[in-house]
Ligand binder design. Structure first.
Ligand code: PDD
Length: 281
């Protein structure tokens, strides 16, 4: 496996970063996960726009331009002989003597990229079968709109889900409303047949797939309503699903052990899955 670290392509075993990198000590950095299918990136510019916003929020200067990111990603695909893959891109503030405040003289940001084969067939199977989710408290900080590598809240939510035999943890805020999944956006088709997801604000990540699926749905005359929902509402909804780069649109057929609808993927969700694949391929 070839990875990219600070301007160099090298075998993963030979790649290293400093123990004084602020990403390691303070989670002082951001990331993106881009999906490549048949060698081509999906919604590349939307991911780069979000990366720019995440970097700006932390006052880290973009270490290279969009064209350069694309060149490196294409190289990663080629050097690893991949067609379908995710590319993980991480940018941290860089190396400095440990002190919480930003270094007075900004270090060179550290850039790391790693590619991982993506199993399209496995995703299609999950989309056919549907997945289970569980609810779990949202323990995260107040700037979840920044895609930072500070992910402990998300990690604990996903681990709780895994231990319960579920695929995703839907995090619930202090008012009892679902914010989002540990690594995906949460959606329902409510009892009135409205497609619903939470509005964008500082308490959720502005998902690229959320944006794209919202557009696709609007074009299909099922414009989403941005209104939060509780776990009880989701359990009694007609349909539910998650959306993310790596799960596309994946039906949720069970929430905390309660079947959603008849416990199989519903018609609106299946239609959005088809439409999203048409957008992708
Ligand atoms: N996760 N919400 C959270 C908290 C996420 O981490 C993600 C993505 C999403 C969906 O966003 P997008 O559609 O842009 O992938 C929502 C990535 C894939 C990850 O951490 O692996």
């Amino acid at each position: 496996r070839i990875v990219y670290v600070n301007g160099q392509f090298l075998p993963r075993a030979h790649a290293s970063v400093s123990i004084e990198d602020r990403g390691y000590q303070f989670s002082d950095g951001v990331y993106e996960v881009c999906l490549f299918l048949n060698g081509k990136p999906l919604d590349f510019h939307l991911h780069m726009d979000r990366l720019d916003r995440s970097l700006a929020a932390l006052s880290i200067n973009p270490p290279m331009g969009r064209g350069a990111f694309k060149v490196v990603m294409d190289q990663m695909m080629r050097r690893n002989r991949l067609r379908d893959a995710t590319i993980y891109l991480q940018i941290t503030r860089g190396v400095a003597r440990r002190d919480h405040a930003f270094p007075a003289f900004p270090p060179a940001p550290a850039i790391v990229m790693a590619a991982q084969r993506f199993n399209v067939a496995a995703l299609r199977e999950k989309q056919k079968a549907g997945v289970a989710v569980i609810s779990t408290p949202d323990l995260r900080w107040k700037r979840c709109d920044i895609k930072t590598v500070s992910l402990l809240g998300n990690v604990l939510a996903k681990q709780a889900a895994r231990e319960a035999g579920a695929l995703e943890g839907w995090m619930v805020d202090a008012q009892g409303f679902v914010t989002e999944g540990s690594s995906s956006t949460a959606w329902i088709v409510d009892q009135q047949g409205r497609l619903r997801t939470r509005r964008l604000a500082k308490d959720i990540l502005p998902g690229i797939t959320r944006h794209v699926v919202g557009d696709i749905a609007a074009n299909a005359q099922i414009a989403p309503v941005e209104e939060p929902f509780t776990i009880a509402e989701a359990q009694s909804a007609k349909e539910a699903f998650i959306a993310s780069t790596t799960s596309s649109v994946t039906p949720v057929t069970q929430i905390d052990g309660v079947p959603v609808g008849d416990g199989t993927p519903g018609p609106v969700t299946r239609d959005l899955i088809d439409r999203h694949w048409r957008h992708v391929l």
